[in-house]
Design a protein around this ligand. Structure first.
Ligand code: ADP
Ligand code: MG
Length: 698
């Protein structure tokens, strides 16, 4: 049974259209900045404030400042018909005059709200024009009796075009009114020590800043909300992990005979880092507890052979192993890399993707079901119901962040007590590892195989495209292999494709058959043909590609990479791309083409890439420059995006949340106690429904 969201949260998870004044037109705009539910507006915190507390006499109103003035309306000066001048209303008090300026002012309306001879309170920015005070489109105009309608301090919210601050503010007030009192889920002693308000008070306070300091992430209100979010994240991960662990693992460790054969067939010795990671993995496999380990290693650090040796240990013990890759190209490539090694050990390895069809597919499925296939490589096709293993003991997920926690466990569900190794090439900083994987065990390949050549990275203005094309042409006339990467802009894959196809056509006129094109929308056979041509001697010298080549492609002969519009990529993504060259014992050149002008941050980011090849350093610097919200292009990366927490400011809270989650699991893993029940509400509040689902009902 799926547990249900507690009714107390229903108002928050209603659509934003349940808020008066938010109709079909506005709902799109609200969704763009916040989300589709009332709760997303509640999380939409102000980023600034307007202070209207200054209320001087007119003669003393300081230009450039927001002021709230009490004035008498003196005279209206409508513009002449068809005149280009604005509508003006003169107001004043005993100390001086100020002109209110309205472009496209309706005289009926203005005469109604600003009747001559009466007093009005106006609020807005004081300007000086021609030596006289004026205020253009005051934000507020009210009679003295309604002075309280003007908030002395107004929060400023991030907006989108077409959404007015007033409408958004009203919607946020209405959504806050729907926020219920909730049972306290924080440890009372911790709450007291931190001097934090209750959840509901924290929300109210966060939305009602009184001074700039109140916008800091460290205020009690904001820190509390951030902690709530981090705790829900850490608790959810801990619960998922617990579920995976509870199902007992099995001791899976063979006698080493297959591994010895493969090692003998390798043209190189393992690096110390690879040996260390394998020792850790074998330790997990030998133990009765189920393994859930992350293998983290920069591009080119040699994760594949580690995965193979681990899989072989399971095969030696009589079980099957599977390796899941994020794309077909990569699955195919893993297969081609591993097959000769498996052959050397007499191990049967097969590949299953969407393109294996008909009788070949049936035969393969039969081989998987009866255990004849010992190692299976594939895409998410491995998840399908029709894929039944004889005895899946070990699963490797080469995920590059494209799979979620849920999917990882799904593959593991295909066996009993299946050990899971997750491999990632994205050098996520430690803080982020924690948010994405919780307290998962981590092995790191922090050393590259010897013989790696340095890559000379340069930033080049796109205006010099012709020169670059000329250089590529000359290189192609020699024996060089060149990647030419066109950016993938999320908005429209079609537009991106068009750009790649156009570049391909352009280069093909200069280089003829020497150019190949590859992109995600091509048929598998076409992709294979393009890859085959580019990887063979005498084949295509230039491969024009969208970012499909980002994941794992290995053409050792490639030495040059051109990346168009480098400023549009995440740093880690650029680093991954660049990792495709300089593999074959010859130095590489990477040209980052950018469209000028670059912002200071964009320049700094690209400079980091130019100056360093250390994936971890790059990721840390990227985090520093962009903040966690955007790090590594979070959206594509599958890392959690926080609405309230900011890992730069709340790193310590993350550690505290992890410890708290651990303690909760140790004491009340079923979340059955009163605090446990409150924590369930917290999980639902942050949409961690999957995690609640792991709990037994109750
Ligand atoms: P990644 O970690 O990016 O998946 P790969 O597993 O694709 O890296 O390895 C990159 C390249 O390094 C491959 O061509 C592989 O054969 C080679 N390689 C792996 N381990 C070693 C080693 N210990 N010594 C030399 N070359 C190695
Ligand atoms: Mg790899």
């Amino acid at each position: 049974m799926t547990p249900l969201r507690p009714p107390v949260l229903f108002p928050l998870f209603a659509k934003v259209t349940t808020i008066p004044g938010i109709g079909p037109r506005l709902v799109k705009l609200v969704e763009r900045i916040a989300g589709e539910n009332v709760v997303s507006l509640v999380w939409h915190l102000p980023t600034g404030l307007l202070d209207r507390r200054l209320s001087p006499k007119v003669g003393e109103a300081p230009p450039g400042k927001i002021a709230t003035l009490t004035v008498e309306v003196l005279a209206h000066a409508p513009p002449p018909p068809r005149g280009k001048v604005p509508y003006r209303v003169t107001c004043g008090d005993a100390t001086g005059k100020i002109t209110l300026v309205f472009f496209r002012g309706e005289s009926d309306y203005l005469e109604r709200i600003l009747p001559v001879g009466e007093q009005r309170v106006i609020s807005g920015k004081v300007e000086v024009f021609d030596g006289r005070r004026q205020m253009t489109h005051p934000d507020h105009i009210v009679p003295l009796t309604q002075i309280d309608d003007i908030k002395r301090v107004e929060p400023i919210y991030p907006l989108t075009e077409g959404l007015s601050p007033k409408v958004l503010d009203k919607a946020i007030r209405a959504s806050l009114a729907k926020a219920p009192e909730l049972p306290e889920w924080l440890d009372p002693a911790y709450l007291q020590r931190q001097k934090w308000p209750s959840w509901r008070d924290a929300l109210r306070l966060a939305h009602a800043p009184q001074a700039d300091d109140d916008l800091e992430p460290t205020t009690p209100a904001r820190a509390r909300l951030a902690f709530d979010e981090l705790l829900s994240n850490q608790l959810a991960l801990a619960l998922m992990r617990l579920k995976a662990r509870v199902r007992r693992g099995r001791s899976l460790l063979g006698d080493g005979r297959l591994r010895a054969k493969v090692k003998a067939a390798l043209p190189y010795a393992l690096t110390a880092a690879q040996d260390r990671a394998l020792t850790e993995i074998f330790g997990d496999m030998a133990s009765e507890t189920r393994m859930l380990r992350l293998l983290q290693g920069d591009v080119g650090s040699g994760k594949t052979v580690v995965a193979l040796l681990a899989m072989l240990a399971a095969v030696e013990a009589g079980a099957q192993a599977a390796l899941m890759a994020p794309t077909e190209i990569l699955a195919q490539q893993h297969f081609e890399t591993l097959r000769p090694l498996c052959d050397a050990a007499g191990v049967r390895v097969e590949v299953l993707t969407g393109r294996v069809k008909g009788s070949a597919r049936n035969a393969l499925l039969a081989g998987i079901a009866d255990g004849a296939v010992q190692i299976l490589i594939g895409t998410h096709a491995l998840f399908q119901k029709e894929v039944e293993f004889h005895d899946l003991g070990f699963a490797v997920i080469d995920e590059q962040h494209r799979f979620g926690v849920h999917q990882r466990l799904e593959l593991a569900d295909k066996g009993t007590g299946t050990d899971v190794l997750v491999m990632t090439a994205t050098p996520i900083p430690r803080t982020l590892t924690l948010t994405a994987y919780g307290d998962m065990d981590v092995s790191r390949l922090d050393e590259k195989p010897p013989g790696r050549m340095p890559i000379d990275t340069r930033l080049v203005n796109l205006e010099r495209l012709d020169e670059i094309v000329g250089a590529v042409q000359r290189a192609a006339a020699g024996s060089a292999k060149v990647y030419w990467v066109c950016p993938l802009v999320e908005e429209s894959e079609l537009v991106d494709l068009a750009a790649a196809e156009e570049r391909y056509a352009h280069l093909a006129t200069l280089l003829g058959a020497n150019v190949a094109l590859i992109h995600g929308k091509m048929k598998p056979a076409e992709k294979d043909a393009a890859m085959a041509s580019f990887s063979s001697e005498g084949g295509a010298a230039v491969l024009v590609a969208t970012t499909v080549i980002e994941v794992g492609i290995d053409v050792p002969a490639a030495t040059i990479m051109v990346i168009e519009h480098a400023e549009r990529f995440g740093l880690a993504q650029l680093h991954q791309l660049r990792g495709r060259i300089g593999r074959g014992g010859r130095p590489g050149t990477c040209l980052l083409l950018y469209a000028a002008p670059l912002t200071a941050t964009a320049t700094a980011r690209l400079n980091i890439l130019r100056d360093s090849e250390d994936g971890f350093l790059i990721a840390e610097e990227d985090l520093r420059l962009r903040g966690s919200g955007e790090v590594l292009g979070t959206r594509q990366s599958g890392l959690p995006e926080f609405k309230l927490a900011n890992l730069m400011a709340h790193g310590e809270l993350l550690a505290a949340a992890r410890d708290d989650a651990k303690l909760i699991i140790a004491r009340d893993a079923d979340l059955a106690s009163p605090r446990g029940q409150a924590l369930r509400t917290l999980l639902y509040l942050f949409e961690q429904d999957d995690a609640v689902r792991t709990l037994r009902s109750g």
